[in-house]
Design a protein around this ligand. Structure first.
Ligand code: SF4
Ligand code: SF4
Length: 85
């Protein structure tokens, strides 16, 4: 049976995101970037899962969630919160 790996990372509602950049600036490791005026988690592998990007959002367009990670990517399992199912 294949083991699926999930990581606790920010999930952005790109339909609501207004591109204010607050979450991008709040992220120390620079995991988030604006892409076409919406925040995108472009570097989930270095996300520390500590949620500093959530509170700064003025409209609640970003939340944390368990997201399945691609098993073919060389994820750094030592960083952030993970679970396997
Ligand atoms: S949880 Fe932390 S490291 Fe991950 S994107 Fe948010 S601020 Fe950046
Ligand atoms: S803080 Fe909220 S509205 Fe601003 S870029 Fe991030 S997700 Fe979008």
């Amino acid at each position: 049976m294949t083991v699926k790996k999930y990581k606790w990372v920010p999930v952005i509602d790109t339909g609501r995101c207004n591109g204010c950049n607050a979450c991008v600036l709040a992220c120390g490791p620079k995991c988030l970037e604006l892409v076409q005026d919406a925040a995108v988690l472009t570097k989930p592998d270095i996300c520390g899962s500590e949620e500093h990007c959530i509170a700064p959002c003025p409209i609640g367009a970003i939340r944390m969630g368990w997201v399945e990670m691609d098993e073919n990517v060389d994820w750094n399992l030592k960083r952030g919160k993970w679970r396997e199912v």
